[in-house]
Design a protein around this ligand. Structure first.
Ligand code: AMP
Ligand code: ZN
Length: 436
């Protein structure tokens, strides 16, 4: 399963070499950060007035964290480190509060980002002979353009179709002999249920791989995708604040994602204390971008929960692997005092073979208590089956959920394609409880 390297020297560099590169680049990043009003203040707090104050990688810990709120409060130019005439791209997200965040990219930033993406693509075994259908939304969201530039750098034929219009997606896969898709995992499962409607059979497609990301999903969800589509699906992780996709990506071994440590410093912290967790323990992912000029980003709290694999990967890449995202510090639901992550529910429902491709988690108040309902779609032939059989299935799902999350949810079985689907990131949780 050895796959070619895009940049062998860096991808297989000894840890000591990587750390030396990190230190040099961290010092350079400080120089750029000092050009921005926001980091001038942050670095002053840490008594850092020049790169000389950073003598070892552990000095990074003197610098305060950067949060999403910091980005919002410093909108639009508080983190801009270059002259606007050197900016070639702007990505921005509006988020749930409506106050936007913005990331600026210089030409060099886009170039470096594309190169990281090319590494990711090569690590999966994809080559310039592949036909790449990019089903991620283009525009202000970084998912579309990020992979687009990387795929072009590799030399693949890129189909920039963007999100939505399922029948057209399927037809395009057939017409252009698409071999690789880039798509959210939830949408990829959904498209499969539309093959019949589009009058295309799986055997007519030459699909081999999918790069799936932008939203949390479990190992069982991936297995389901691979099983029904007969493809290999590779997890892709990134976030706009740290460029977008290309922060971490799975290699051909598909045992979690190499995080490019010459471009990012990763810390895993206890989200409550802000202190580092022990090696291999899960915690909040904190990232420092080492090669971006226009918008430096130091110790950004992603709110994503994951752990790092301390052991090396058989593929030969020395950059450590980040586990799949286990949840977010801000998506934890507290239901009648019990902490539940949506990912725990997904793990259970996706393991059950009768459950089809979509599910929704709903929480509401009933009297003084919270009530959890898990709605799942099931395969058509089961849906039309015996009521007793459906009752048994419902009871089984309820029991399995109970063992996993302690709570006793109501389980509803739904017809295929009846629950809402998103063409971008899936919205799995509907919390109808009144806000305090
Ligand atoms: P955005 O700011 O729109 O780029 O969204 C970034 C967020 O999407 C991350 O912080 C994660 O919460 C989520 N995300 C991105 N990729 C993945 C992935 N492969 N698995 C789980 N969550 C992901
Ligand atoms: Zn590997």
């Amino acid at each position: 399963m050895q796959t070619p390297f895009w940049n062998k020297e860096i991808e297989t560099a000894e840890r000591a070499v990587l750390q030396k590169i990190q230190l040099e680049r961290l010092r350079e990043t400080i120089l750029w950060a000092l050009k921005t009003p926001f980091y001038q203040k942050q670095l002053r707090e840490a008594r850092i007035s020049s790169p000389d104050n950073i003598r070892s990688l552990s000095d990074l810990r003197k610098i305060p964290f950067t949060t999403k709120d910091d980005l919002r409060l410093n909108f639009p130019k508080g983190l801009l480190a270059v002259d606007m005439k050197d900016v070639v791209r702007i990505h921005s997200s509006s988020g749930t509060t409506g106050i936007p965040t913005v990331i600026y990219y210089s030409k060099e930033d886009i170039d470096n980002w594309s190169d990281l993406m090319a590494r990711c693509i090569f690590a999966t075994g994809a080559t310039r002979a592949d036909i790449f259908q990019n089903m991620m939304t283009y525009g202000m969201f970084t998912g579309g353009l990020g992979l687009h530039y990387g795929a072009e750098r590799v030399g693949m034929a890129v189909i920039p179709i963007g999100g939505g219009n399922t029948k057209r997606q399927i037809k395009t896969m057939k017409d252009f002999c698409t071999t690789i898709l880039h798509v959210t995992p939830s949408y990829l499962l959904h498209i499969h249920s539309k093959l019949d409607e589009a009058e295309v059979k799986r055997e007519e497609l030459v699909l081999k791989k999918a790069f799936i990301g932008a939203e949390p999903h479990s190992e069982d969800f991936r297995k389901k995708i691979e099983h029904i589509w007969h493809i290999d699906a590779y997890n892709s992780y990134g976030l706009s604040e740290l460029n977008g996709p290309g922060v971490a990506f799975e290699c051909a071994y598909k045992k979690d994602m190499h995080l490019w440590e010459d471009a990012y410093i990763v810390e895993i912290i206890n989200p409550e204390t802000g202190q580092p967790v022990k090696d291999g323990q899960p915690g909040e992912v904190v990232l420092t971008n080492l090669i971006r000029r226009a918008t430096p980003m130091i110790r950004y709290r992603t709110r994503d929960l994951a752990f790092l694999h301390p052991e090396p990967c058989p593929c030969g890449r020395t950059h450590r692997r980040l586990s799949r995202i286990l949840g977010r510090t801000d998506d934890m639901l507290i239901i009648n005092g019990i902490n539940v992550f949506p990912s725990q529910i997904e793990e259970v429902v996706m393991r059950i073979p009768e459950v089809a491709t979509n599910y929704v988690i709903q929480v509401e108040k009933k009297g003084a208590l919270d009530h959890l309902t898990v709605k799942v779609e099931i395969y058509p032939k089961l849906f039309l089956g015996e009521p007793a059989q459906l009752d048994r299935l419902k009871a089984r799902i309820t029991d399995e959920l109970h063992s996993a999350i302690i709570l006793h949810p109501s389980v509803e079985l739904h017809e295929p394609n009846s629950l809402p689907v998103s063409e971008g990131k899936a919205k799995r949780v509907i919390d109808l409880r009144p806000k305090e």
